[in-house]
Design a protein around this ligand. Structure first.
Ligand code: KIV
Ligand code: NA
Length: 275
């Protein structure tokens, strides 16, 4: 179990917090080796790892399965785990059951919930039950059908004021952090100025406490066209495909395996073997 204290110390010292998603053992290992401050087991695993076209199909079982692998790969890093689609919108009993499962079985340090309104009451109650929560406002991908697509949020004055009110309410409800996705830079800046808790932005500009991006996006790994807010730091689609093609070619033309990759046997035994 990790607490927020070291992260809050960094925030107070003016150091940016860096969050990256991870979905399995190797991605978690690399993220920890790369010194990220926090990991997010995002329900974006639906798109990125499982090949769905949205996060709607992701289940509590999926989140537990992947988060356990991430925990094993990055035991020393603060791990936030998403509550998946519709797992926290029914009775509180049902929400508590899903939350406690994810929290206990995966070793999560915090849970992330999308939305305001009643969700903030849920955040308060989960916090009271001992589970730190991260709020997620702005573009909330689990509501993509209701939002009419993946679009920048909070663009009108009314929408911006609502986002500010919701952000303040999230902090009031006990949220330990706030993820703001796809909102205009000046609005995110205003939200961070008004809040004490760290705002972690994705497509929200630089004037917030930290940033989060998707692992497969920054490495260009299995993903297609990248959103405007992503910066790619590697091109694994290209280097990985090239490596695989070279392996295929080597086996086809007899270049691999070489003697160095093979196991030998005593001459005597070889003699006996061949009669
Ligand atoms: O699931 C996810 O990856 C997320 C981040 C994009 C914030 O929720
Ligand atoms: Na998510």
């Amino acid at each position: 179990m990790h607490t927020m204290t070291p992260l809050l110390k960094k925030q107070q010292a003016g150091e940016k917090l860096v969050m990256l998603t991870a979905y399995d053992y190797p991605s978690a290992k690399l993220a920890e080796a790369g010194h990220v401050d926090l990991l997010l087991v995002g329900d974006s695993l639906g798109n990125v790892i499982l090949g769905y076209d949205s996060t709607i199909a992701v289940t509590v079982d999926d989140m537990v399965h992947h988060a356990k692998a991430v925990r094993r790969g990055a035991p020393a890093t603060f791990m936030v785990v998403d509550m998946p689609f519709a797992s926290y919108h029914g009775s509180f009993d049902r929400t508590l059951e899903a939350a406690a499962r994810i929290f206990q079985e995966s070793g999560a340090d915090a849970l992330k919930l999308e939305g305001a309104g009643d969700i903030l009451t849920t955040i308060r109650r989960l916090t009271e039950a001992g589970m730190p929560c991260v709020a997620h406002l702005g573009l909330t991908p689990q509501s993509v059908g209701v939002l009419e697509g993946f679009k920048v949020q909070g663009k009108s004055l009314a929408a911006a004021e609502q986002l500010i009110a919701d952000s303040l309410a999230a902090e009031q409800a006990g949220a330990k952090m706030l993820v703001l996705e796809c909102v205009p830079h000046p609005l995110a800046k205003r939200v961070q100025e008004l809040l004490t808790i760290p705002v972690i932005g994705i497509g929200a500009g630089a004037d917030v406490a930290g940033q989060v991006l998707v692992y497969h996006d920054i490495l260009t790994y299995g993903v297609g066209r990248l959103p405007k807010f992503v910066k790619a730091y590697a091109d694994w689609n290209t280097s990985g495909t090239e490596a695989i093609a070279r392996y295929v070619e080597d086996v086809k033309n007899g270049t691999f395996p070489e003697l160095a990759h093979s196991f030998l046997m005593d001459e005597e035994l070889i003699g006996a073997l061949y009669g």
